[in-house]
Ligand binder design. Sequence first.
Ligand SMILES: [Zn+2]
Length: 155
Amino acid sequence: MKKRAGGSKAKAKGRKAPAARAPRVAKPAAAGLRAIKGARHHEMAGVKIDSVAAANGQVKRVVYPPGFRWSIHMKPLIGTELCMHGHVGFLTSGKVQGQYADGCTFEFAAPQVMVVEPGHDAWVVGREPAVLIQFDAAAETAQRFGLPAEHRHAG
Ligand SMILES: [Zn+2]
């Protein structure tokens, strides 16, 4: 293997890396929205979706813009009364609120793991886009993750 010029100096002959310099870190927003290798990109109702096949499902980065509300922007394209997808993932940026048909509500603020059962409306709160890293298996998502087919209470 060829060594690249300017490669990892820290590894060379046990020399220590300079201690006093902080690593250069990209701005979180910029780093979080860069193109994902091998992803299929599409947009729907202002929502940007990058999807990569992973194991027997997909890993997606879903970016919901400020002002987005499922029942206003997505519902006309989907045709169901509520979003019937289960969402399991990690909210890396932004804030999301939502409501189920029975009036139960939920709220997630990054950084937070998100689990939302099928049968909900949801919307972005504030001026930051909501960025969700979602683990999903298309129509089988709810079943795969042990969620009910639609939100309901045991009692
Ligand atoms: Zn409920």
